[in-house]
Design a protein around this ligand. Structure first.
Ligand SMILES: NC(=O)c1ccc[n+]([C@@H]2O[C@H](COP(=O)([O-])OP(=O)(O)OC[C@H]3O[C@@H](n4cnc5c(N)ncnc54)[C@H](OP(=O)(O)O)[C@@H]3O)[C@@H](O)[C@H]2O)c1
Length: 295
C-alpha cells in the first residue's frame, strides 16, 4: 500500500447501460483499454443509479477509488445523460468518495470528437466556416459544440429551423461566444445556400439517409473537407466511400464513417484508460475531444 493507493487492486469498470443487454462493444473496448474487470448492468434507469454508484464508492478507500470507474452507455443518449446526472449526484466528493465517469452513450461523444479531430488534421478550425448536417441529433449537436469550442463559424442544419435554433441555444449555453447560425433545409436550393462559402461539412444525419447529393457538393467551390458519419448505405454524403480516409475527391478531402472510425476507437480506449488515472473526472464531449491532443 502506498500514498497513492494499492497498485495490486484490480481496475474495475462499472458499466451502466440503459439497454436491456449492456453493450458487448463497450465491454470489449473496456478490456482492451486496460480494465481488469467490467461489471455490466443493463436496463438501468436514473432512479437505480444511486444504489449502483454507492456500491462503487463505499467499498474501496479514497486512495484506491481511482481503480474503480464508471462507463455510461446504451443506445439512448438522452437517457445516458440522465444516468450521468444521477451518477454525479450520488457521489460524495467532500469525503473523496467519488469515481471518474465517462459518458459515451451510442458512441456519440467519441464519434463527434473523432469527426472534429479528423477535420483539425486538415484545417485550422478557428474561424473556419462549417456546416453540420443532421445538427440536431446527439452526434450532430456534439459536433456543433466542439466546433464552436474551437472558434469555428458553425451553420447547424435541420429539416426544421426551429429544431436547429434549439440546438444552437443549447450550445450557446455552454459556449457563450459561439458563432452559430441555425438553418432549415428542406430542398436542394436551401442546401446549396447553406453550403455556399463553407470550407468544412460534417454530415451527422440519421443512418441510411442522403443529406448531401453529389451534384450539390460538386457545385460548392469553397469546400475543402467533407466528413460523413453515416455508415449505412446510402451514405449521408453521396459520392464518398464509407472507408474514405483523407481521400481527395474533386479537390475535397473526404472521410467516410469507417475512415473516422480509427480515430474514434483510439479516443474511446484513451478515455477509458484515463478514467483510472484519477477518481474525480467527468469525461463528456469536450473532455473526450481534449484527449485527442495526446493521440
Ligand atoms: N461510428 C459510430 O460508432 C457511430 C456512433 C454514433 C453514431 N454514428 C452515426 O452518426 C450519425 C449521427 O448519429 P445520431 O445518433 O446523432 O443520428 P440520429 O439522431 O438518428 O439523426 C440525426 C439527425 O438526422 C436528421 N434526420 C433523421 N431522419 C432524417 C431523414 N429521413 N431525412 C433527413 N434528415 C433526417 C434528424 O434531424 P432533423 O429532424 O432535425 O432534421 C436527426 O436529428 C448516424 O448516421 C449514425 O449512424 C456512428
Amino acid at each position: 500500500m502506498t500514498a497513492t493507493g494499492n497498485p495490486e487492486k484490480r481496475k474495475i469498470l462499472v458499466q451502466l447501460d440503459g439497454d436491456p443487454h449492456p453493450s458487448v462493444f463497450d465491454r470489449v473496448v473496456a478490456i482492451d483499454a486496460g480494465a481488469d474487470e467490467v461489471f455490466s448492468y443493463g436496463g438501468v434507469r436514473p432512479e437505480q443509479v444511486a444504489g449502483l454508484v454507492h456500491g462503487a464508492i463505499f467499498t474501496r478507500g479514497p486512495k484506491d477509488l481511482k481503480r474503480t470507474a464508471l462507463f455510461i452507455g446504451g443506445s439512448d443518449v438522452s437517457l445516458g445523460e440522465q444516468l450521468l446526472t444521477a451518477a454525479r449526484k450520488a457521489m460524495v466528493p467532500q469525503f473523496g468518495l467519488q469515481v471518474s465517469v465517462l459518458l459515451d452513450a451510442n458512441g456519440a461523444n467519441t464519434t463527434a470528437a473523432a469527426a472534429v479531430r479528423v477535420a483539425a488534421r486538415h484545417l485550422s478550425l478557428k474561424e473556419v466556416p462549417a456546416l453540420v448536417l443532421g445538427g440536431t441529433g446527439p452526434v450532430g449537436q456534439r459536433v456543433g459544440l466542439l466546433l464552436a469550442h474551437q472558434g469555428a463559424q458553425v451553420r447547424l442544419a435541420s429539416r426544421q429551423v426551429s429544431r436547429a435554433a434549439a440546438a444552437c441555444q443549447a450550445i450557446l449555453a455552454r459556449v457563450p461566444d459561439a458563432r452559430l447560425e441555425p438553418v432549415g433545409i428542406t430542398n436542394n436550393d436551401e442546401l446549396r445556400t447553406a453550403l455556399a462559402d463553407r470550407v468544412l461539412v460534417i454530415a451527422a444525419g440519421a443512418a441510411g439517409v442522403v443529406l448531401l447529393p453529389e451534384s450539390v457538393r460538386a457545385a460548392c467551390t469553397s469546400l475543402k473537407v467533407a466528413i460523413d458519419l453515416n455508415a449505412v448505405p446510402p451514405l449521408g454524403i453521396e459520392g464518398l466511400q464509407v472507408t474514405d480516409t483523407a481521400v481527395e475527391r474533386q479537390g475535397v478531402v473526404c472521410y467516410g464513417a469507417i475512415g473516422v472510425g480509427g480515430t474514434k476507437m483510439k479516443l474511446h480506449r484513451a478515455a477509458v484508460a484515463t478514467l483510472f488515472e484519477r477518481n474525480d473526472q467527468v469525461l463528456d464531449a469536450t473532455e473526450v475531444y481534449a484527449l485527442g491532443d495526446q493521440l
